[in-house]
Ligand binder design. Structure first.
Ligand code: ATP
Length: 348
């Protein structure tokens, strides 16, 4: 029997309960599908930072490297640890060290979930570049604190980085409805974004079976609201993808439903799967965090590991649960009740 080793990082706040829910579902699917799962739990979090002065131990990255995948809950507790510390101490180092350059977020309305739009169909796969672009961290400040202060932040787009994320987008489109939307702002940003558009056009010749259209970010934001059914796979830079995926999460009913994966497509290091939401301190002790985003992320993990049937079974159970009206309204149902309903659907 194949056994997968999974690093579990529950993190802070609602990260704990939603990761527990996802793990329960994974264990049940593993039993029925005939594969094994071995988890190691790492308490790396803001609490860990308070106790040790670091978000993870110095050899944390090397420890994680040996696992088949990482399942993460949520990291951050801004009242006590600045977001810049928690983000730069854990999530960003993992994404960078393991070259998880494709951040993928499926935006789809599950049955029974009412989004804010009257769209007949909302099913978009957003792919966000995860390692460079506007979030490269290249820049500086001079004359700090004076009236002459200057802040410079430079976007970095490399041929390697742009080509690989676009290629990933083309491949995903090929496996779906065959449509790729590439998002830039090349009318205003005439170096980096024109570069991106040129690479898109060149790669298009290699994928004649994929229809590719380039959009400007502003037009894409409007299209996601006005004509979402016209979209299939959307690929964008780090910043543009960040913004569009929050819009996508809102349209699919909110953060309780937004799943994500940080993928290393070459499989040279583990990929990481996590709900899009944060630690939600406001509801952390109420027992009402929606575990659906975390469970969906776990399904993405199984798909990445090659357990496609297991992933399908989880998605079918989630759909069955929301179709019955369970977990569809924020704050109404308990985390445990939603999890129980998903587990019952898996059995049924
Ligand atoms: P971060 O800065 O860590 O990304 P954030 O400030 O954007 O986090 P979240 O922690 O994601 O905020 O939560 C935003 C709001 O959405 C919370 O106040 C919470 O009410 C709600 N929320 C987030 N995730 C869930 C969930 N899984 N179930 C129910 N409500 C949620």
């Amino acid at each position: 029997m194949k056994t997968y080793t999974i690093a579990l990082i529950p993190g802070d706040g609602i990260g704990g309960p939603v990761t527990r829910a996802a793990w329960q579902v994974l264990e049940q699917v593993a039993k029925t599908q005939g594969f094994g799962l071995a988890s190691t739990v790492f308490p790396w979090s803001c609490d860990f930072y308070r106790k040790t002065g670091a978000m993870m131990p110095a050899d944390g990255i090397e420890t994680l490297r040996g696992f088949d995948a990482i399942l993460l809950g949520a990291v951050g507790w801004p009242a006590e640890v600045p977001d810049s510390v928690s983000l730069h101490g854990l999530l960003l180092p993992i994404r960078k060290a393991f070259v998880q350059y494709a951040n993928i977020r499926p935006h789809r309305l599950l049955p029974g979930v009412e989004g804010p739009l009257k769209a007949e169909r909302f099913d978009i796969l957003c792919i966000r570049e995860n390692t460079e672009g506007e979030y490269s961290g290249a820049g500086g400040r001079v004359h700090q604190g004076t009236g002459d202060e200057v802040a410079v932040e430079t976007s970095i787009f490399t041929r390697t980085g742009v080509e690989r994320i676009l290629r990933y987008g083309f491949e995903q489109a090929r496996g779906r409805r065959g449509k790729l939307a590439s998002v830039t702002k090349s009318n205003a940003q005439k170096y980096s974004m024109v570069f991106w558009d040129e690479i898109t056009a060149r790669l298009a010749a290699e994928y004649p079976d994929v229809t590719v259209t380039s959009y400007h970010i502003d037009a894409m934001a409007a299209r996601m609201v006005m004509a979402p059914e016209s979209l299939d796979v959307v690929v964008a830079s780090n910043l543009f993808g960040d913004i569009l995926t929050d819009l996508g999460a809102a349209i699919q009913g909110g953060l309780g439903f937004a799943a994500s994966a940080n993928i290393n497509p070459d499989r040279s290091a583990p990929s990481m799967f996590e709900p899009v939401h944060g630690s939600a301190p406001d509801i952390a002790h109420l027992g009402i965090a929606n575990p659906i985003a975390a469970i969906w992320s776990a399904a993405m993990m199984l798909e990445h590991l090659g357990e496609v049937e297991g992933a399908r079974a989880i998605m079918a159970a989630l759909e069955n649960t929301t179709a019955r009206g369970i977990g569809t309204k924020p704050g109404r149902d308990k985390t445990d009740d939603i999890t129980r309903a998903v587990l019952a659907s898996l059995n049924g």
